[in-house]
Ligand binder design. Structure first.
Ligand SMILES: Cc1cc2nc3c(=O)[nH]c(=O)nc-3n(C[C@H](O)[C@H](O)[C@H](O)COP(=O)(O)OP(=O)(O)OC[C@H]3O[C@@H](n4cnc5c(N)ncnc54)[C@H](O)[C@@H]3O)c2cc1C
Length: 305
């Protein structure tokens, strides 16, 4: 692959993606680039599109299961992290006061907003990953989500170039968006603007501490992808899995967490095939015993048979 001269030496061939995913597993990318500046991110992704190479942008790798066979083409790890605070009111009524590039970590964003006395991102304080992934997936927790605070985002589209997409155009639902529904993946989220509410810092901190304590109590430590399945309407995926007696069920080195049945833990030596096999097994058992077809929240990427 050919990049502008200044970037070429940072393009790494045949690199393991395991260290860039929260589950700590998966094969190699044909090419890997770690972007720290917005210009580099845009230049590298555009160059790959121009060459007709498949491109996958990853933030924290917290919602993706990478195949053992790896990912063809270019994988870009997005570490572009800048946050600005201001007052950019527009005539659409959205009171924009935070602007963040897509590589900003959710935890960092939650903390910085708290320090600025802005409430609305507390839910993200212990959610791994970046704004980019959260915008695509409409990440959320504790009753909040990205959709609640987003005014609009800036996207680079392979066909249409730079675009501003409003919240309405993103058609957010529970862990869904128009971006997530796109199978071509030929877009790059560059930044998001948010409208948060002023609130006393102590109040925001107290809410974040409450969420952190709740997660410590209810969610297991170790390498995982968080919730594997979406909650079906009116129920919880974890409750259904537990009701089938699957807590602790293990395939290879991946276990259905005995603490939270919707979390699958890599004990250290797991393969992505083991992980995917456990996903399929649990899906089949839950369907058989409860009649509910669980839908995955995580995304399988790379070469799968
Ligand atoms: C321990 C743990 C706890 C979790 N808890 C929660 C929770 O409470 N709530 C929740 O909603 N999720 C949770 N998750 C899932 C995960 O944190 C979120 O989905 C998060 O938003 C993923 O962000 P990411 O940057 O890691 O995305 P990635 O996994 O890197 O990518 C996800 C998708 O977005 C695409 N993408 C990422 N960045 C860009 C970009 N800039 N441009 C274009 N496409 C992009 C990727 O190509 C991929 O398709 C948890 C995960 C873990 C491991």
């Amino acid at each position: 692959m050919k990049l502008p001269a200044a970037l070429q030496s940072r393009l790494l061939p045949d690199q393991s993606l395991a260290r860039f995913t929260a589950a700590r597993l998966g094969g190699n990318a044909d090419w890997l680039f770690i972007a720290k500046e917005l210009d580099d991110l845009v230049d590298v992704v555009s160059a790959a599109w121009n060459e007709g190479l498949p491109v996958r942008v990853l933030g924290g790798g917290a919602n993706v299961l990478v195949s053992d066979k790896g990912v063809r083409g270019l994988v870009v790890i997005n570490n572009v992290s800048t946050i600005e605070f201001g007052n950019w009111h527009d005539d659409d009524g959205c009171k924009r006061n935070v602007s963040a590039t897509s590589g900003v970590g959710l935890t960092v964003l939650a903390r910085k907003c708290a320090a600025h006395g802005l409430s609305g991102m507390e839910w993200a304080v212990s959610v791994p990953g970046t704004i980019g992934g959260a915008v695509v997936n409409n990440a959320g927790a504790h009753g909040g989500d990205m959709a609640t605070s987003i005014c609009d985002i800036v996207v680079l589209d392979a066909q249409k170039g730079p675009q501003i997409l409003s919240k309405t155009e993103l058609e957010y639902g529970y862990r869904t968006s128009t971006l997530k529904a796109r199978t071509d993946r030929r877009f790059l989220v560059l930044m998001a603007t948010l409208a948060l509410h002023p609130a006393p810092n102590a109040e925001i901190e107290a809410r974040m501490n409450e969420f952190i304590a709740y997660r410590k109590k209810t969610q297991p430590p170790g390498a995982s992808l968080g919730s594997i399945f979406k909650n079906p309407p009116g129920d919880f995926a974890g409750r259904l899995i537990e009701s089938c007696g699957l807590k602790g069920h293990t395939i290879g080195a991946v276990q259905v967490s005995p603490l939270h049945a919707n979390w699958f833990i890599n004990s250290g030596a797991a393969s992505a095939s083991d992980y995917a096999a456990l996903v399929r097994y649990v899906q089949a058992r839950v369907l058989e015993h409860t009649g509910v077809a669980l839908e995955t929240e995580i995304e399988l990427i790379g070469d799968w048979d």
